[in-house]
Design a protein around this ligand. Structure first.
Ligand code: AMP
Length: 428
Protein backbone atom coordinates (compact mmCIF):
# COMPACT_ATOMS: atom_id res chain seq x y z
CA UNK A 1 0.00 0.00 0.00
CA UNK A 2 1.32 3.44 -0.91
CA UNK A 3 1.70 6.04 1.79
CA UNK A 4 1.87 9.77 1.42
CA UNK A 5 5.31 11.39 1.25
CA UNK A 6 6.54 12.39 4.76
CA UNK A 7 5.77 16.03 5.43
CA UNK A 8 2.73 16.11 3.14
CA UNK A 9 -0.91 15.86 4.19
CA UNK A 10 -4.23 14.81 2.77
CA UNK A 11 -6.87 17.40 3.47
CA UNK A 12 -9.89 15.18 3.85
CA UNK A 13 -13.49 16.27 3.16
CA UNK A 14 -14.33 16.75 6.86
CA UNK A 15 -11.41 19.19 7.17
CA UNK A 16 -11.92 21.05 3.93
CA UNK A 17 -14.62 23.39 5.26
CA UNK A 18 -12.03 24.94 7.64
CA UNK A 19 -9.67 25.54 4.72
CA UNK A 20 -12.46 27.02 2.63
CA UNK A 21 -13.40 29.23 5.55
CA UNK A 22 -9.85 30.62 5.81
CA UNK A 23 -9.68 31.10 2.04
CA UNK A 24 -13.06 32.82 1.83
CA UNK A 25 -12.25 35.19 4.69
CA UNK A 26 -8.88 35.98 3.12
CA UNK A 27 -10.37 36.78 -0.27
CA UNK A 28 -12.95 39.02 1.38
CA UNK A 29 -10.39 40.90 3.47
CA UNK A 30 -7.88 41.22 0.60
CA UNK A 31 -10.65 42.57 -1.61
CA UNK A 32 -11.62 45.11 1.06
CA UNK A 33 -7.98 46.27 1.01
CA UNK A 34 -8.12 46.38 -2.82
CA UNK A 35 -5.62 43.56 -3.48
CA UNK A 36 -5.98 41.42 -6.60
CA UNK A 37 -5.26 37.73 -6.78
CA UNK A 38 -2.25 36.41 -8.71
CA UNK A 39 -1.62 32.73 -9.47
CA UNK A 40 1.94 31.94 -10.42
CA UNK A 41 3.28 28.47 -11.37
CA UNK A 42 4.50 26.14 -8.64
CA UNK A 43 7.68 25.43 -10.62
CA UNK A 44 10.24 28.08 -11.37
CA UNK A 45 13.84 28.15 -12.47
CA UNK A 46 15.87 27.29 -9.38
CA UNK A 47 18.20 30.22 -10.06
CA UNK A 48 15.33 32.62 -9.35
CA UNK A 49 15.49 31.56 -5.70
CA UNK A 50 19.30 31.57 -5.56
CA UNK A 51 19.26 35.14 -6.82
CA UNK A 52 16.44 36.41 -4.61
CA UNK A 53 16.59 34.49 -1.33
CA UNK A 54 20.40 34.23 -1.49
CA UNK A 55 22.83 31.35 -2.08
CA UNK A 56 23.73 31.09 1.57
CA UNK A 57 20.19 30.78 2.93
CA UNK A 58 19.02 27.53 4.42
CA UNK A 59 16.20 27.26 1.89
CA UNK A 60 18.54 27.47 -1.10
CA UNK A 61 21.30 25.40 0.48
CA UNK A 62 19.22 22.49 1.71
CA UNK A 63 15.50 22.77 1.20
CA UNK A 64 14.66 23.07 -2.49
CA UNK A 65 12.94 20.28 -4.39
CA UNK A 66 14.98 20.33 -7.58
CA UNK A 67 14.60 18.64 -10.89
CA UNK A 68 16.87 18.95 -13.89
CA UNK A 69 15.85 19.31 -17.53
CA UNK A 70 18.33 19.37 -20.42
CA UNK A 71 18.85 23.11 -20.12
CA UNK A 72 17.78 24.19 -16.65
CA UNK A 73 17.27 23.19 -13.08
CA UNK A 74 13.76 23.77 -11.87
CA UNK A 75 12.58 24.11 -8.29
CA UNK A 76 9.20 23.64 -6.68
CA UNK A 77 8.66 27.12 -5.26
CA UNK A 78 9.67 27.34 -1.60
CA UNK A 79 7.90 30.69 -1.17
CA UNK A 80 5.80 33.15 -3.16
CA UNK A 81 7.59 36.51 -3.19
CA UNK A 82 10.28 35.60 -5.73
CA UNK A 83 7.67 34.18 -8.13
CA UNK A 84 5.47 37.26 -7.84
CA UNK A 85 8.49 39.52 -8.41
CA UNK A 86 9.47 37.45 -11.47
CA UNK A 87 5.92 37.66 -12.78
CA UNK A 88 5.73 41.42 -12.15
CA UNK A 89 8.86 41.95 -14.26
CA UNK A 90 8.09 39.38 -16.97
CA UNK A 91 4.55 40.67 -17.51
CA UNK A 92 5.61 44.32 -17.46
CA UNK A 93 3.23 45.10 -14.63
CA UNK A 94 5.42 48.12 -13.84
CA UNK A 95 4.44 49.60 -17.22
CA UNK A 96 0.83 48.54 -17.36
CA UNK A 97 -0.08 49.06 -13.74
CA UNK A 98 2.94 50.47 -11.91
CA UNK A 99 1.85 50.24 -8.33
CA UNK A 100 0.28 46.83 -7.70
CA UNK A 101 -1.28 45.13 -4.71
CA UNK A 102 -1.41 41.36 -5.15
CA UNK A 103 -2.33 38.35 -3.05
CA UNK A 104 -1.89 34.62 -3.48
CA UNK A 105 -2.98 31.42 -1.83
CA UNK A 106 -1.23 28.17 -2.66
CA UNK A 107 1.18 25.35 -1.88
CA UNK A 108 4.89 25.86 -1.18
CA UNK A 109 7.55 23.17 -0.94
CA UNK A 110 10.59 22.84 1.31
CA UNK A 111 12.63 19.72 1.92
CA UNK A 112 12.59 20.04 5.72
CA UNK A 113 12.67 17.50 8.51
CA UNK A 114 8.94 17.12 9.17
CA UNK A 115 7.60 17.93 12.64
CA UNK A 116 4.56 19.63 14.18
CA UNK A 117 3.88 22.78 12.16
CA UNK A 118 6.72 22.04 9.75
CA UNK A 119 5.82 20.28 6.53
CA UNK A 120 7.41 19.66 3.17
CA UNK A 121 4.30 20.79 1.34
CA UNK A 122 2.52 23.58 3.15
CA UNK A 123 0.35 26.49 2.11
CA UNK A 124 0.99 30.19 2.08
CA UNK A 125 -1.55 32.91 2.15
CA UNK A 126 0.38 36.00 1.24
CA UNK A 127 0.46 39.38 -0.41
CA UNK A 128 2.85 41.82 -2.01
CA UNK A 129 2.70 45.55 -2.65
CA UNK A 130 5.11 46.53 -5.43
CA UNK A 131 5.92 50.06 -6.55
CA UNK A 132 6.16 52.10 -3.34
CA UNK A 133 8.70 52.95 -0.67
CA UNK A 134 6.13 54.96 1.28
CA UNK A 135 6.17 53.95 5.00
CA UNK A 136 2.38 54.04 5.01
CA UNK A 137 2.40 50.92 2.81
CA UNK A 138 4.31 49.17 5.62
CA UNK A 139 1.55 50.29 7.97
CA UNK A 140 -1.12 49.00 5.57
CA UNK A 141 0.60 45.63 5.21
CA UNK A 142 0.95 45.10 8.96
CA UNK A 143 -2.60 46.30 9.61
CA UNK A 144 -3.81 43.92 6.88
CA UNK A 145 -2.02 41.00 8.59
CA UNK A 146 -3.55 42.07 11.91
CA UNK A 147 -7.04 42.37 10.45
CA UNK A 148 -6.77 39.01 8.73
CA UNK A 149 -5.98 37.36 12.06
CA UNK A 150 -8.91 39.11 13.67
CA UNK A 151 -11.16 37.98 10.81
CA UNK A 152 -9.96 34.39 11.39
CA UNK A 153 -10.92 34.86 15.08
CA UNK A 154 -7.31 34.25 16.13
CA UNK A 155 -6.21 36.08 19.28
CA UNK A 156 -3.15 36.14 21.56
CA UNK A 157 -0.59 36.58 18.80
CA UNK A 158 2.40 38.89 18.96
CA UNK A 159 3.71 41.14 16.20
CA UNK A 160 7.51 41.50 16.34
CA UNK A 161 8.93 44.39 14.37
CA UNK A 162 12.38 45.55 13.36
CA UNK A 163 14.14 47.55 10.68
CA UNK A 164 17.23 46.20 8.98
CA UNK A 165 17.67 49.47 7.12
CA UNK A 166 18.87 49.94 3.55
CA UNK A 167 21.71 47.88 2.01
CA UNK A 168 24.30 50.20 3.52
CA UNK A 169 22.68 49.87 6.96
CA UNK A 170 22.64 46.09 6.65
CA UNK A 171 26.37 46.17 5.97
CA UNK A 172 26.82 48.39 9.02
CA UNK A 173 24.77 45.96 11.13
CA UNK A 174 26.95 43.10 9.86
CA UNK A 175 30.05 45.10 10.80
CA UNK A 176 28.75 45.73 14.34
CA UNK A 177 27.98 42.03 14.81
CA UNK A 178 31.32 40.96 13.43
CA UNK A 179 33.21 43.40 15.63
CA UNK A 180 31.30 42.28 18.72
CA UNK A 181 31.65 38.56 18.09
CA UNK A 182 35.03 38.04 16.53
CA UNK A 183 36.69 37.18 19.84
CA UNK A 184 33.72 35.14 21.12
CA UNK A 185 33.66 32.46 18.44
CA UNK A 186 34.22 29.64 20.91
CA UNK A 187 30.96 30.54 22.68
CA UNK A 188 28.88 30.24 19.50
CA UNK A 189 27.27 27.10 18.09
CA UNK A 190 28.72 25.52 14.93
CA UNK A 191 25.87 26.96 12.81
CA UNK A 192 26.56 30.48 14.05
CA UNK A 193 30.31 30.14 13.45
CA UNK A 194 29.42 29.27 9.85
CA UNK A 195 26.82 32.06 9.69
CA UNK A 196 29.45 34.60 10.71
CA UNK A 197 31.11 33.90 7.39
CA UNK A 198 28.17 33.46 5.03
CA UNK A 199 24.99 34.98 6.49
CA UNK A 200 26.07 36.98 9.48
CA UNK A 201 22.73 38.65 10.36
CA UNK A 202 21.25 35.22 11.08
CA UNK A 203 23.42 34.98 14.18
CA UNK A 204 21.01 37.44 15.78
CA UNK A 205 18.02 35.11 15.63
CA UNK A 206 19.77 31.83 16.47
CA UNK A 207 17.53 29.72 18.71
CA UNK A 208 20.50 28.33 20.72
CA UNK A 209 20.36 29.67 24.31
CA UNK A 210 24.15 30.24 24.68
CA UNK A 211 24.32 32.07 21.33
CA UNK A 212 21.35 34.20 22.44
CA UNK A 213 23.14 35.18 25.66
CA UNK A 214 26.27 36.21 23.76
CA UNK A 215 24.27 38.10 21.15
CA UNK A 216 22.10 39.95 23.70
CA UNK A 217 25.29 41.44 25.16
CA UNK A 218 26.01 43.12 21.82
CA UNK A 219 23.36 45.66 22.82
CA UNK A 220 22.04 46.07 19.33
CA UNK A 221 19.34 48.69 18.84
CA UNK A 222 19.08 50.97 15.87
CA UNK A 223 22.62 52.35 15.64
CA UNK A 224 23.05 50.80 12.20
CA UNK A 225 20.17 52.82 10.69
CA UNK A 226 20.84 55.90 8.55
CA UNK A 227 18.76 59.02 9.13
CA UNK A 228 16.31 58.24 6.32
CA UNK A 229 15.74 54.66 7.52
CA UNK A 230 15.41 55.84 11.12
CA UNK A 231 12.79 58.41 10.08
CA UNK A 232 10.91 55.85 8.03
CA UNK A 233 10.86 53.43 10.95
CA UNK A 234 9.52 56.19 13.23
CA UNK A 235 6.71 56.94 10.73
CA UNK A 236 5.78 53.26 10.57
CA UNK A 237 5.61 52.99 14.36
CA UNK A 238 3.51 56.18 14.55
CA UNK A 239 1.15 54.80 11.87
CA UNK A 240 0.73 51.55 13.78
CA UNK A 241 0.14 53.43 17.05
CA UNK A 242 -2.52 55.50 15.33
CA UNK A 243 -4.31 52.31 14.29
CA UNK A 244 -3.85 50.91 17.81
CA UNK A 245 -1.94 47.90 16.55
CA UNK A 246 0.06 46.20 19.26
CA UNK A 247 3.67 45.39 18.32
CA UNK A 248 6.99 44.69 19.99
CA UNK A 249 10.24 46.09 18.72
CA UNK A 250 12.70 43.24 18.45
CA UNK A 251 16.17 44.35 17.30
CA UNK A 252 17.21 40.70 16.98
CA UNK A 253 14.61 39.89 14.35
CA UNK A 254 16.43 39.66 11.02
CA UNK A 255 14.58 37.14 8.81
CA UNK A 256 17.10 35.06 6.95
CA UNK A 257 16.55 35.99 3.34
CA UNK A 258 18.92 38.23 1.38
CA UNK A 259 16.18 40.26 -0.25
CA UNK A 260 14.90 41.93 2.92
CA UNK A 261 15.71 45.60 3.53
CA UNK A 262 14.02 48.02 5.93
CA UNK A 263 11.00 46.72 7.81
CA UNK A 264 10.90 43.08 8.82
CA UNK A 265 8.20 41.54 10.98
CA UNK A 266 7.09 38.21 12.31
CA UNK A 267 3.84 37.19 13.97
CA UNK A 268 4.11 34.48 16.60
CA UNK A 269 1.64 32.50 18.68
CA UNK A 270 2.57 30.77 21.94
CA UNK A 271 0.22 27.88 21.30
CA UNK A 272 2.36 26.79 18.35
CA UNK A 273 5.31 25.58 20.45
CA UNK A 274 8.76 25.35 18.86
CA UNK A 275 7.64 26.45 15.40
CA UNK A 276 5.89 29.53 16.73
CA UNK A 277 5.69 31.76 13.64
CA UNK A 278 2.23 32.17 12.17
CA UNK A 279 3.56 34.40 9.44
CA UNK A 280 6.24 36.85 8.50
CA UNK A 281 7.19 39.48 6.01
CA UNK A 282 9.08 42.61 5.22
CA UNK A 283 10.38 45.09 2.67
CA UNK A 284 12.45 44.11 -0.33
CA UNK A 285 13.17 47.39 -2.07
CA UNK A 286 16.04 46.07 -4.24
CA UNK A 287 14.67 42.73 -5.38
CA UNK A 288 12.77 43.87 -8.49
CA UNK A 289 15.89 45.61 -9.80
CA UNK A 290 18.12 42.67 -8.81
CA UNK A 291 15.95 40.38 -10.91
CA UNK A 292 16.19 42.64 -13.97
CA UNK A 293 13.29 45.04 -13.45
CA UNK A 294 13.28 48.74 -12.69
CA UNK A 295 13.87 50.07 -9.17
CA UNK A 296 10.60 49.51 -7.29
CA UNK A 297 10.06 49.53 -3.55
CA UNK A 298 8.08 46.53 -2.33
CA UNK A 299 6.77 44.85 0.80
CA UNK A 300 4.81 41.69 1.56
CA UNK A 301 4.09 38.90 4.01
CA UNK A 302 2.87 35.33 4.15
CA UNK A 303 0.97 33.30 6.70
CA UNK A 304 1.26 29.52 6.86
CA UNK A 305 -2.31 28.22 6.54
CA UNK A 306 -1.58 24.97 8.43
CA UNK A 307 -0.37 27.02 11.41
CA UNK A 308 -3.38 29.36 11.23
CA UNK A 309 -5.54 26.25 11.47
CA UNK A 310 -3.57 24.97 14.47
CA UNK A 311 -4.49 28.06 16.51
CA UNK A 312 -7.98 28.86 15.24
CA UNK A 313 -10.96 27.20 16.86
CA UNK A 314 -12.25 24.32 14.83
CA UNK A 315 -15.77 25.12 13.70
CA UNK A 316 -18.21 22.28 14.28
CA UNK A 317 -18.45 20.25 11.15
CA UNK A 318 -21.29 21.66 9.11
CA UNK A 319 -23.44 19.30 7.12
CA UNK A 320 -25.51 20.73 4.34
CA UNK A 321 -28.76 21.76 5.97
CA UNK A 322 -30.33 22.79 2.69
CA UNK A 323 -29.65 19.55 0.87
CA UNK A 324 -32.57 17.83 -0.83
CA UNK A 325 -32.20 14.05 -0.95
CA UNK A 326 -34.16 12.07 -3.52
CA UNK A 327 -35.08 8.48 -2.75
CA UNK A 328 -36.31 6.60 -5.82
CA UNK A 329 -37.97 3.26 -5.15
CA UNK A 330 -37.81 0.97 -8.19
CA UNK A 331 -36.47 1.22 -11.74
CA UNK A 332 -39.06 3.62 -13.13
CA UNK A 333 -38.67 5.89 -10.12
CA UNK A 334 -34.94 5.94 -10.64
CA UNK A 335 -35.42 7.52 -14.09
CA UNK A 336 -37.98 10.02 -12.78
CA UNK A 337 -35.63 10.72 -9.89
CA UNK A 338 -32.65 11.47 -12.12
CA UNK A 339 -34.77 13.91 -14.17
CA UNK A 340 -35.94 15.67 -10.99
CA UNK A 341 -32.36 15.77 -9.66
CA UNK A 342 -31.20 17.47 -12.86
CA UNK A 343 -34.00 20.04 -12.65
CA UNK A 344 -33.31 20.79 -8.99
CA UNK A 345 -29.62 21.31 -9.68
CA UNK A 346 -30.33 23.53 -12.68
CA UNK A 347 -32.56 25.58 -10.40
CA UNK A 348 -29.57 25.99 -8.07
CA UNK A 349 -30.88 23.69 -5.32
CA UNK A 350 -28.25 21.50 -3.62
CA UNK A 351 -29.46 17.95 -4.13
CA UNK A 352 -28.35 14.34 -4.28
CA UNK A 353 -29.82 10.88 -4.58
CA UNK A 354 -29.26 7.29 -3.55
CA UNK A 355 -27.18 5.47 -6.20
CA UNK A 356 -26.75 2.32 -4.16
CA UNK A 357 -30.27 0.89 -4.42
CA UNK A 358 -30.84 1.17 -0.66
CA UNK A 359 -34.13 0.27 0.98
CA UNK A 360 -36.37 3.19 2.04
CA UNK A 361 -35.11 2.77 5.61
CA UNK A 362 -31.45 2.66 4.57
CA UNK A 363 -31.81 5.64 2.25
CA UNK A 364 -33.58 7.66 4.98
CA UNK A 365 -30.70 6.91 7.31
CA UNK A 366 -28.23 8.12 4.66
CA UNK A 367 -30.28 11.34 4.16
CA UNK A 368 -30.12 11.86 7.89
CA UNK A 369 -26.34 11.30 7.98
CA UNK A 370 -25.89 13.82 5.19
CA UNK A 371 -27.92 16.35 7.17
CA UNK A 372 -30.52 16.71 4.38
CA UNK A 373 -33.27 19.25 5.04
CA UNK A 374 -35.80 17.62 2.73
CA UNK A 375 -36.31 14.15 1.34
CA UNK A 376 -38.25 13.54 -1.85
CA UNK A 377 -39.59 10.00 -2.15
CA UNK A 378 -40.64 8.68 -5.54
CA UNK A 379 -42.30 5.28 -5.56
CA UNK A 380 -44.67 3.48 -7.93
CA UNK A 381 -47.72 5.01 -6.26
CA UNK A 382 -46.33 8.50 -6.64
CA UNK A 383 -45.54 7.93 -10.33
CA UNK A 384 -49.09 6.76 -10.99
CA UNK A 385 -50.51 9.88 -9.34
CA UNK A 386 -47.84 12.25 -10.90
CA UNK A 387 -46.81 13.35 -7.42
CA UNK A 388 -43.82 12.97 -5.13
CA UNK A 389 -43.72 12.66 -1.35
CA UNK A 390 -41.94 15.56 0.30
CA UNK A 391 -40.66 15.06 3.83
CA UNK A 392 -39.35 17.89 5.99
CA UNK A 393 -36.57 16.23 7.98
CA UNK A 394 -36.67 18.78 10.78
CA UNK A 395 -40.42 18.82 11.52
CA UNK A 396 -41.05 15.28 10.26
CA UNK A 397 -44.04 16.62 8.27
CA UNK A 398 -44.73 14.62 5.12
CA UNK A 399 -47.13 15.37 2.24
CA UNK A 400 -47.68 14.83 -1.43
CA UNK A 401 -46.67 17.53 -3.91
CA UNK A 402 -47.52 17.52 -7.61
CA UNK A 403 -44.53 16.52 -9.74
CA UNK A 404 -44.81 19.73 -11.75
CA UNK A 405 -44.71 21.89 -8.62
CA UNK A 406 -41.88 20.29 -6.65
CA UNK A 407 -39.00 22.34 -8.10
CA UNK A 408 -40.82 25.63 -7.48
CA UNK A 409 -41.88 24.55 -4.02
CA UNK A 410 -38.34 23.60 -3.01
CA UNK A 411 -36.99 26.70 -4.65
CA UNK A 412 -39.24 28.82 -2.45
CA UNK A 413 -38.14 26.91 0.62
CA UNK A 414 -34.44 26.90 -0.29
CA UNK A 415 -32.50 29.76 1.15
CA UNK A 416 -29.36 29.02 -0.85
CA UNK A 417 -28.53 32.21 -2.79
CA UNK A 418 -29.77 31.27 -6.21
CA UNK A 419 -28.06 33.05 -9.06
CA UNK A 420 -30.18 31.25 -11.64
CA UNK A 421 -33.49 32.86 -12.43
CA UNK A 422 -36.71 31.02 -11.76
CA UNK A 423 -37.45 31.13 -15.46
CA UNK A 424 -34.33 29.17 -16.37
CA UNK A 425 -35.13 27.90 -19.87
CA UNK A 426 -33.09 24.74 -19.21
CA UNK A 427 -35.60 23.52 -16.64
CA UNK A 428 -37.70 20.96 -18.38
P1 AMP B 1 8.63 32.02 5.74
O1 AMP B 1 8.61 32.23 4.26
O2 AMP B 1 9.59 30.95 6.17
O3 AMP B 1 8.75 33.28 6.53
O4 AMP B 1 7.20 31.43 6.08
C1 AMP B 1 6.07 32.19 6.37
C2 AMP B 1 5.15 31.33 7.19
O5 AMP B 1 4.88 30.10 6.48
C3 AMP B 1 5.75 30.87 8.49
O6 AMP B 1 5.57 31.85 9.48
C4 AMP B 1 4.95 29.63 8.77
O7 AMP B 1 3.68 29.94 9.28
C5 AMP B 1 4.76 29.03 7.40
N1 AMP B 1 5.77 28.01 7.10
C6 AMP B 1 7.04 28.19 6.70
N2 AMP B 1 7.65 27.02 6.51
C7 AMP B 1 6.76 26.07 6.82
C8 AMP B 1 6.79 24.63 6.83
N3 AMP B 1 7.87 23.94 6.46
N4 AMP B 1 5.67 23.97 7.20
C9 AMP B 1 4.55 24.65 7.56
N5 AMP B 1 4.47 25.99 7.56
C10 AMP B 1 5.55 26.69 7.19
Amino acid sequence: MFKKVPGTRDILPQEVSRWQNIEEISRRVFTIYNYQEIRSPVIEEALLFNRSLGDSTEIVQKQMFLTKSAKSTYALRPEGTASVARSYIENNLNKTQGFVKLYYIGPMFRLERPQKGRLRQFHHLGCEVIGSVEPLTDVEIISLADNLLEAFSIADYQIHLNSLGCSKDKKELARIIHKGLKDKLSKLCADCRRRLKINILRVLDCKNKTCQEVVRKLNIHDEHLCLQCKNNFEKIKEGLDLLKIDYHINPFLVRGLDYYTGTVFEITHKQLGAQDALGAGGRYDNLIKELGGTQAGAIGFAFGIERLLLVSNPKPQTSNPKLVYIIPLGEKARIEGSKLLDNLRKAGIASDTDYEGKSLKGAMRRANDLGAKYVVIIGEDEIKKSVVTLKDMESGEQREVRQNDIVRELQNKSQIPNHKSQTNPNIK
